[in-house]
Design a protein around this ligand. Structure first.
Ligand code: PLP
Length: 406
């Protein structure tokens, strides 16, 4: 073949079709914002749940523990499942939370990797997992990677975003392997009642399903009692309880999380072995950061009081504005740092979010990026910024509403 023939032929590298419909709205929408920032229009980021972008600090004793580990030469690969002192601290905390019959504890690169490993060790292509709608979008992304299907169950806005248990039951059919329960919930801010958790556990028991409990916001409950771990209510049901340092200990960049697998030993033996196999193959989670786990879980918790006091004030301010801004209504968040108000507007929430960004330089995420009921429109607001910044943001949103929809 002549040179000309070789030059003209374009051989496109075909990307995986199973990822065609995958979106991660939280960061996808930031691409437009960054373009605007490059044109000299800085924006207020109310899109990403990273406390370190605002006035929250990592507790110094955790930084000291990791620095010491680095100085002590803990810079090679860690044991694949995690270092002993971190595993023991996680197990002890799980037991303090009432979780019994623990069959496996693993340190992972954040809850994100715990989800990946937990799903990959369980699912065959074509099987499905019952995922909440609205949901934190990582779950569906990982399912798509595995050729498995998300199978949405409704969270009911009229009932404070509690799961619609009848709908959840109706979503269990051939090929359903697991249920995801995010508590406290992102994006809705709901904290589920014990009764709801018991009912979900009963469905899992009846249908032989694994429960994935994403409890990354468990220490950021804003009202009343701390949330109950679903694993503590159902020791006989296979539960993968996932948590980590990112949110409550203010180190999302350390990528440090864990999974605790509980339930009956004989039933979980093969599944736990497969998880271990995957964890060995990926070598290890971050090593020096694992030395922060014990000081985090067993050391001083003083920073949490300040964090919770700030979050309560900022949640209350957010709710005040949600009541005041026309065409906006919101179920009060009870955990975490997200509000998920409903918009009563014509058009799509994605267009709303883009226009708000262009005109007012305020970045929130459209509800459709999290799955939502047909016809409903929402935005997710991160209420981490200080009160003055939030006031500025909500004044901007109120003006935008008046200008476009009054
Ligand atoms: C519900 C939920 N689960 C998991 C994660 C990711 O946690 P990690 O940083 O531990 O991977 C997030 C991050 O925003 C989240 O909101």
């Amino acid at each position: 073949m002549g040179t000309a023939g070789r030059i003209n032929r374009v051989r496109e590298v075909l990307a995986a079709a199973r990822l065609e419909h995958v979106r991660y709205a939280i960061r996808d929408i930031a691409v437009l914002a960054e373009q605007l920032a490059c044109e000299g229009k800085p924006f207020l980021p109310l899109n990403i749940g990273d406390p370190l972008l605002f006035d929250f600090q990592t507790p110094p004793h955790l930084i000291e523990a990791v620095t010491k580990a680095m100085r002590d030469g803990k810079n090679g690969y860690a044991p694949s499942l995690g270092i002993d002192e971190a595993l023991e601290a996680v197990r002890a905390e799980a037991e303090r939370n009432g979780i019994r019959d623990i069959q496996g504890v693993f340190i992972t690169q954040g809850v994100s990797e715990a989800v990946e490993v937990g799903f990959a060790a369980l699912l065959n292509p074509g099987e499905n997992v019952v995922t909440p709608c609205p949901e934190y979008p990582l779950y569906s992304l990982v399912l798509a990677q595995l050729g498995a299907q998300p199978n949405s169950y409704r969270l009911s806005e009229e009932s404070g975003w509690e799961p619609d248990l009848e709908h959840l039951a109706s979503r269990i059919f051939t090929g359903t392997r697991a249920i995801i329960v995010g508590n406290p919930n992102n994006p809705t801010g709901a904290v589920y009642s014990r009764r709801t958790l018991e009912a979900i556990a009963e469905l899992a028991r009846q249908h032989n399903l694994v429960i994935f409990a994403d409890e990354i916001y468990s220490k950021l409950a804003l009202d009343g009692e701390p949330p109950v771990s679903i694993a503590a209510l159902a020791p006989d049901v296979p539960v993968v309880t996932m948590n980590g340092l990112s949110k409550a200990y203010m180190v999302p960049g350390w990528r440090l999380g864990w999974a605790v697998v509980s339930g009956r030993g004989v039933e979980l033996k093969a599944y736990v072995e497969w998880m271990q196999k995957l964890l060995r193959a990926r070598l290890s989670a971050n090593h020096p950061e694992q030395y922060a786990v014990r000081p985090a879980l067993e050391g001083p918790q003083d920073h949490l009081q300040e964090v919770l006091a700030k979050l309560r004030r900022r949640r209350d301010l957010t709710m005040k504005w949600c009541h005041a801004i026309p065409r906006l209504s919101c179920v009060a968040p009870r955990g975490g740092f997200y509000a998920f108000p409903q918009l009563d507007i014509p058009g799509s929430d994605e267009d709303f979010v883009k226009q708000l960004l262009i005109e007012k330089q305020i970045l929130v995420v459209h509800g459709s990026g999290f799955c939502q009921a047909p016809g409903a429109q929402h935005i997710r607001i991160v209420f981490l910024p200080d009160e003055a910044t939030l006031e500025r943001a909500y004044t901007g949103i109120a003006a935008f509403m008046r200008e476009h929809y009054s």
